[in-house]
Design a protein around this ligand. Structure first.
Ligand code: B4P
Length: 191
């Protein structure tokens, strides 16, 4: 199975690139951001709880997100080519939990594709997306908080996977096609 993690700060193009890669490799795309927004839209208890964090640019508690991933993996079963994880894991605790969940299913992460984008470009993209997305967290103040949260809690996830030699850094600035080509090359290098 080809299990990939698309990693990077908010607005680095994880969702954009995951949508392209899942078709190319016939992967299941699991975006915790999308799953949480579905819960928000449906007004579930989980969604009401998650909104408090998301609207402030903070991470939703680990146990909530890990539980969502576990049930998603169970729902998909083993008859799949692999999974592209988008926006997960976002803390070292989530990364360790994911490794455990995959090990229990005789699987593992093949590669962590880390998109690198400068902070001002991130803010520009997300504020621009906010003009049409209707997302309460796509405004400059919240975006800056999301970047602080990323630097404090999510960046260490790359170091966690680096110790296993699983991180491939890919420049995330340029056209969507150029970035996609660089990601394909990084995946091919995994073999
Ligand atoms: P996400 O939904 O993951 O939000 P994101 O970081 O904005 O997504 P992404 O980086 O995928 O952006 P995109 O490709 O769309 O999370 C939202 C919130 O949910 C978090 O803040 C947190 O509260 C919560 N959450 C989610 N997962 C969690 C977890 N595991 N643990 C705890 N909490 C969690 O790209 C952004 C914009 O850039 C788009 O407008 C796109 O068109 C544009 N773009 C993409 N590529 C471009 C390029 N090459 N050039 C120019 N623009 C580009």
């Amino acid at each position: 199975m080809l299990n990939l993690i698309l990693f990077g700060p908010p607005g680095s193009g994880k969702g954009t690139q995951a949508a392209i890669l899942k078709n190319k490799y016939q992967l299941i795309h699991i975006s915790t951001g999308d799953l949480l927004r579905e819960e928000l839209a449906a007004g579930t208890t989980l969604g009401v709880e998650a909104r408090k964090y998301m609207d402030q640019g903070l991470l939703v508690p680990d146990e909530v997100v890990i539980g969502m991933i576990a049930s998603k993996l169970d729902e998909k079963g083993s008859a799949i080519n692999g999974v592209i994880f988008d926006g997960f894991p976002r803390t070292v605790a989530q990364a360790a939990a994911l490794d455990q969940l995959l090990e229990e299913r005789n699987s593992c992460i093949a590669s962590v594709l880390a998109l690198t984008v400068g902070e001002e470009e991130l803010v520009k993209r997300l504020v621009n997306r906010g003009l049409t997305s209707g997302r309460a967290d796509d405004n400059e103040e919240t975006v800056r908080k999301r970047i602080i949260e990323y630097n404090a809690k999510t960046k260490p996830v790359a170091d966690y996977y680096r110790q296993f030699g699983k991180v491939a850094e890919v420049a995330g600035e340029g056209s969507i096609n150029e970035i996609n080509a660089a990601l394909l090359a990084a995946i091919d290098a995994v073999g």
